[in-house]
Design a protein around this ligand. Structure first.
Ligand code: NAP
Length: 232
C-alpha cells in the first residue's frame, strides 16, 4: 500500500494555489508545486520547504510538451499520486459577450478548461496507483449556469465547461477509484480576486484542501463550496 501522500498543484506560485500547497505540506503531503515561471515557482517552493516537503516542477498547462515533461519528472520522483489540484487559471475578460473577440474566449479555454483536461489525461495513471486518488478542479461560482448573468463571459463560460470536464472525468475514472470534483473557493483576495474580496487565501483554500484530504472518497462528480454540494 502506498505510504507517503503526494499532491501536485498547478499554478501554485501565488494566490490560492500557493496556499493550497502550504496547507497540504503542513498536513504531511509531499507537494509538487508547479508553475509556468521557474523563478516564481522555485521561490515559492523554497518557502514551503521550511514547513514541509515541497518540490518544484515547471508546468505550463497550455503546453502539451510541458505537461508531458512535468509528468515524466513526477513519475521519476514518486510511484503514485494521491491528489491533483487543477488550480491554474486566467481571468482576462475586458468586454461583454456581444463584443468579446472569440480568440480571447479560446485563449481562456486553453488555460482554464483544456489545461485541467490535459493534465488529468496525462496524470490519471499515476493517480490510479493511489489507494484513494482525487482530482480537484478549481472552478468558480460564476461558472454555475443556474444563475449565470453577464459577468466576464470568457472566464465564466470556461468554468462552466470545466464543470463538464469534471462530470466526464468523474464518470470515466470511477472504476479506477479516482474521485473528481469541481470546487468553488468563493471570492478571494488574490491578484485575480482583487483586494476588495471578502475571503482570505486561507479561507479560499480550506474547502479545496478538505476535498483533497477529508472528503469521503465516494464524493465524486459534484460541484462543492465550503464542504457542501452546490448547484451547477
Ligand atoms: P491568481 O492569483 O491570478 O493565480 C493564478 C495562478 O495560475 C498563477 O500562479 C498563474 O501563474 C497560474 N497560471 C495562469 N496561467 C497558467 C498556465 N498557462 N500554466 C500554469 N499556471 C498558470 O488567481 P487565484 O485567485 O489564486 O485563482 C486560483 C484559482 O481559483 C483559479 O482557478 C481561479 O479561477 C479560481 N477562483 C478564484 C477566485 C478569486 O476570487 N480569487 C474566485 C473563484 C475561483 P503566473 O503567476 O505565471 O501568472
Amino acid at each position: 500500500m502506498p505510504s507517503e501522500k503526494n499532491a501536485l498543484v498547478t499554478g501554485a506560485n501565488k494566490g490560492i494555489g500557493l496556499e493550497i500547497s502550504r496547507q497540504l505540506a503542513e498536513k504531511g503531503f509531499h507537494v509538487f508545486l508547479t508553475a509556468r515561471k521557474p523563478d516564481a515557482g522555485l521561490k515559492a517552493a523554497a518557502k514551503l520547504q521550511k514547513q514541509g516537503k515541497a518540490t518544484f516542477i515547471e508546468l505550463d498547462v497550455t503546453e502539451p510538451d510541458s505537461v508531458k515533461r512535468a509528468a515524466r519528472e513526477l513519475a521519476a520522483a514518486v510511484d503514485h499520486l494521491d491528489v491533483l489540484i487543477n488550480n491554474a487559471a486566467i481571468l482576462e475578460d475586458d468586454g461583454g459577450v456581444l463584443d468579446i473577440d472569440p480568440k480571447e474566449v479560446q485563449k481562456t479555454f486553453e488555460t482554464n478548461t483544456l489545461g485541467p483536461l490535459r493534465v488529468a489525461q496525462t496524470l490519471w495513471p499515476l493517480l490510479a496507483k493511489s489507494d484513494s486518488g482525487r482530482i480537484i478542479n478549481v472552478s468558480s461560482g460564476v461558472g454555475a449556469l443556474h444563475d449565470m448573468e453577464s459577468y466576464a463571459p470568457a472566464y465564466s463560460i470556461s468554468k462552466t465547461a470545466l464543470n463538464a470536464v469534471t462530470r466526464q472525468l468523474a464518470a470515466a475514472l470511477k472504476s479506477k477509484g479516482i474521485a473528481v470534483n469541481s470546487v468553488s473557493p468563493g471570492w478571494v483576495r488574490t491578484d485575480m480576486g482583487g483586494s476588495g474580496a471578502p475571503r482570505s487565501v486561507e479561507q479560499g483554500a480550506e474547502g479545496v484542501v478538505w476535498l483533497a484530504t477529508e472528503a469521503p472518497p465516494s464524493l465524486t462528480g459534484q460541484f462543492i463550496q465550503d464542504r457542501h454540494v452546490i448547484p451547477w
